[in-house]
Every structure is written in C-alpha cells, then in structure tokens.
Write a protein that binds this ligand. Structure first.
Ligand SMILES: Cc1cc2nc3c(=O)[nH]c(=O)nc-3n(C[C@H](O)[C@H](O)[C@H](O)COP(=O)(O)OP(=O)(O)OC[C@H]3O[C@@H](n4cnc5c(N)ncnc54)[C@H](O)[C@@H]3O)c2cc1C
Ligand code: FES
Ligand code: FES
Length: 468
C-alpha cells in the first residue's frame, strides 16, 4: 500500500507504483490545475511540489509530475496548484494578474508552482535565482517580458510585506496569507505516514525516473519496480580520508547546493545551470546519469575528469570500479544483473588546481550536449603536475582523453603545448555524424572546447595570438 499526502488529503492506494503522478493527479483525483504538455520534462506545465523530510523539517521542491512515478512518493507531501490556493490571491498570483503574465494560462500553474519553490527556499529572494527556478517552464504566449515584470513585482511585494527568515519561512508565509494554513499540520501528518512504510527491494531500479520515464513510461506502468530509498542519508556528500564520497541517489541539485562540493569546484553553480532545468536536476541522480550511459551525460563527464570510482553492491558484497573502466561499449556497462551503484567517490584534488566544464548544445539551456568536456589540471607555477581531460559526444561512451591527458602531465602551459594536446585529442576520438552535428563539426568543437579550458583557467599564460 502506497501512502502519501496530496494537498490536504491522505492517499492510500494500491495502484501500480510505476503510475505517473500527472495521471494520478488528473485522472484519479480530478485536479486539473496541473497541465499535461510534453510528458518529457521539457515544458513545465505539469510542475508540482514534493515535500520530504530533510533532517528535522519538510523541504519542498518543484518537480515534473509527468516523469514522477507515484511509488517514489511513499510518506511524502505532494502539492498541486489547488493546494496552494487560499481564499484571496497570493502576492505571486496578483503579480501575474497585474503584469498580464498569464495569457492563455496553460503554462501559468507551472510557473506559480516553480516560483513557490523559489519563495520557500531562496534565502534572499534574488531575481536571478527566481529566473533559474523557472528554467523548466515554457510559455508560448507572453514572450516572457510580462513574466519577468511579474517576478520583479512579486519579489518587491513579498519583501515589503514580510521580513522573511529562512528557518521560519513556512510559518511566516502562512501568517501572511501566502500559504494555506494546513501547511502547519503537514510535518505531524507526514511523521505518522512514514511509520507505515516498507520499501520493495527487487525489480527495475528507479531513481529520479527522469531518464526511464521518457524512454519507457508505458512499460513501467506494469513492470516490477523498486525505488531508491529517499532518506536524507541517501543524498549524502561527505569527505573521508581525502576522498569525496557521494551517495548514489544524490541529485544534481544536491550537488549544486553542497558546500563540500562547492569548495572543491567553486564554479560548480555555473556549470550546473548548463545541465537540464532545475526541476529535472532536483530529481536526476548521479547513479542514474552514470547508468543511463549516454555518451554525452554531463555529470558523468565531470566525474570522469575527477577520477571517480563507482562502488557496486549486490547481496551485501561490494566492489569498486574506476568510472573510466565502467563503460565497455555503447550502452554496455560492467554492471551485473541485480548489482547497484551504492556510492561514487573521487580523490579530493589538493595543491593548486583548476577545474573547468564546457558544453555546447543547440540551446544553451534545457538541452543535451552536442559535445561536452571537463578538465582537472593540477599545477605548480606553470608546470602541469597532472591532467585529466574527459569528453562526451565524441565516442560511443563517455570518454577519458587518456593520451592528451598523459601528454599534458609534466609540461609547461603555453600555446604550443595546448595546441599539441588539442591535436592529440583530435586523433584519439571517434565521433560520428548524427542529429547533433557531423563528425567533423564535433571534432572541431572539442578542439575549441579544450582550448576554452585553458583560456578560461590560465588566460595569463596563453599569448594574445592563441586567444584569437
Ligand atoms: C528534460 C530533460 C533534460 C535533460 N537534460 C540533461 C542534461 O542536460 N544533461 C544530462 O546529462 N542529462 C540530461 N537528462 C537526462 C537524465 O535526466 C539524466 O541522465 C539523469 O541523471 C538520470 O538520472 P535518474 O535518477 O533520473 O535516472 P533514472 O531514470 O531513475 O534511471 C536511469 C537508469 O539508471 C539506473 N539506476 C538508477 N540508479 C541506480 C543505481 N543506484 N544502481 C544501478 N542502476 C541505477 C536505472 O535502473 C535506469 O536504468 C535530461 C532529461 C530530461 C527529461
Ligand atoms: S508535461 Fe511537459 S514537463 Fe511534464
Ligand atoms: S500564457 Fe499561454 S503558454 Fe503561457
């Protein structure tokens, strides 16, 4: 029996856990505020909030209900647009009305839900963060200018009305009439639900479901499935004995928010925003990114440069495999049936080092890469102590550029060395022509992106001519 809260209602259902939440909301519960657009995580019309315990409080995040199986909702709180409505319009809803930010209205519930995530979670309500919170919402009517104005107005109005404090935020928003009063009772009601749960431990592993429910939603409605345990410990990132250890179910947004990971890769916030949209990143896990084995999987490319290892687990026994050895061929993995990724780890770089990630796709945001690449370069003065370059979209698997990395190690950083590393990289890859570009285009692109690593991180060492 699956038990969770949908707005104020306790749900107890025997429906198949692979049923998509969007269908459950609209077809079974007749809540039509949540819209069905693309069913592929692209448009945001289906956005809802899910709340789960994180430490001692309930944390809400906006996610795409079209890719969310109800089996992953055990013990959680789901909030649809209807669950956000009070008697009066909220400041956010008023801002949309005053600025004409809703025309046909099909996208509006999704925008309101995404911006509610922003209101609940953003410490000082920064405009740019609000824009990032709607990175997964598409509107085909407004041209977005009125939506930007509505966000500006909403932030100003909230700041004028409430002196928001992160720890008291839900209570403050309830008092100010910006959240319905029932939110105050949710932690207690959720605590009662959690006691009833017991996870299934066999069948197809579903983590975030952002890959599986694009590819196999129909089959998963009747397949035997199991869900990755969602407890906070499964989203853990820690450092032990100079290794950064990341639980398999850690999401891309967990990584972006992690002070530990931010310290290791200070620019990670910038890189993460090139990967999918915020609601997708809230669900997409590192293990899912690795096992889906896409040759252009962004996080896998980052982890390859970091020299990551995957810890595999089956029936209580485990083994470790270097990520660069995990891929045996196109979509072929060194992963036995019933074996799971338990964690991912990499050595924390020390001394002077630079990390960079570059990605080119048809659209800057919400698109998968034509070519992507990451570089970890440890150096002393201008001599490279060690280098690890990785690249996606240029081979059947996420690819470690072994030969160019080996060449760089021990060399000075200068124009000639960078050019030679680029020539070696161009010779060790085997791109194919497809919808994302011809083989020649991808080879040229990778050469430019490798140059971009050095231009970004060592501009003072390269000559003016090299930059042209
Ligand atoms: C709109 C959209 C945009 C996207 N944009 C990007 C992008 O910009 N960059 C990018 O890299 N990807 C992108 N993706 C692809 C996808 O979201 C990611 O690859 C994601 O990381 C998959 O993780 P998941 O947890 O959702 O995996 P799931 O869909 O849950 O699972 C994927 C596979 O991994 C297996 N699996 C999951 N966890 C484990 C485990 N612990 N052990 C063993 N097997 C496991 C599952 O059985 C399944 O075979 C996008 C997807 C969508 C829908
Ligand atoms: S229906 Fe388009 S993102 Fe879900
Ligand atoms: S108002 Fe019509 S799609 Fe946004």
């Amino acid at each position: 029996m699956l038990i969770f809260l949908l707005n104020q209602q306790k749900i107890e259902t025997d429906q198949h856990p692979g049923t998509v939440l969007l269908d459950f909301i609209r077809n079974d519960n007749r809540l039509f505020g949540t819209k069905e657009g693309c069913r592929e995580g692209d448009c945001g019309a289906c956005t809802v909030l899910t709340g789960r315990y994180d430490g001692d409080k309930v944390v809400y995040r906006a996610v795409n209900s079209c890719l969310l199986p109800i089996g992953s909702l055990q013990g959680k709180h789901v909030v649809t647009l209807e669950g956000l409505n009070g008697i009066e319009n909220t400041v956010l809803q008023d801002a949309f009305v005053y600025e004409h930010a809703s025309q046909c209205g099909f996208c509006t519930p999704g925008f309101i839900v995404s911006l509610t995530d922003f209101l609940l979670n953003n410490a000082d309500l920064k405009f740019q963060e609000a824009i990032d919170s709607i990175s997964g919402n598409i509107c085909r009517c407004t041209g977005y200018a009125s939506i930007r104005r509505a966000i500006d107005r909403f932030i100003l109005d909230v700041k004028n009305k409430i002196d928001l404090q992160p720890e008291l935020r839900i209570q403050q928003l309830i008092s100010a009439g910006q959240l319905p009063a029932y939110f105050a009772e949710i932690p207690v009601r959720m605590a009662e639900l959690v006691a009833d749960t017991s996870p299934v431990k066999n069948g197809k592993i579903i983590a975030g479901g952002t890959d599986l429910f694009v590819q196999q939603a129909d089959a998963l409605r009747s397949a035997s499935v199991q869900f990755v345990d969602d407890a906070a410990v499964h989203h853990q990132i820690r450092v032990e004995n100079n290794e950064c250890i990341i639980a398999a179910a850690t999401t891309m947004e967990d990584m972006r928010r992690s002070p530990i990971f931010q310290k290791i890769i200070p620019d990670f916030d910038k890189f993460a925003k090139l990967i999918a949209s915020k609601p997708i990143r809230e669900r997409a896990t590192l293990a899912g990114n690795i096992v889906n084995a896409s040759p252009i999987a962004d996080f896998t490319i980052i982890l390859l440069a970091l020299d990551a290892t995957v810890e595999l687990e089956k029936n209580g026994s485990g083994r470790h495999v270097a990520l660069h050895d995990f891929y045996l061929g196109y979509k072929q993995l060194d992963l036995q049936p019933d074996e799971k990724i338990a964690s991912i780890r990499f050595p924390v770089p020390h001394g002077d080092y630079a990390f960079n990630f570059e990605k080119v796709s048809r659209r800057t945001h919400l698109d998968i890469a034509s070519v992507n690449t990451a570089a970890l370069i440890a150096y002393e003065n201008s001599t490279i102590q060690s280098a690890r370059l990785s690249a996606g979209g240029v081979a059947p698997v996420p690819f470690l550029l072994r030969e160019s990395s080996a060449f760089l190690t021990g060399n000075e950083i200068n124009d000639a060395v960078v050019q030679q590393a680029i020539d070696i990289a161009a010779a060790e890859i085997s791109p194919i022509s497809d919808v994302r570009g011809s083989a020649d285009y991808k080879r040229t692109l990778l050469c430019q992106l490798i140059f971009a690593h050095f231009h970004e991180k060592f501009p003072q060492v390269l000559s003016e001519e090299a930059s042209l």
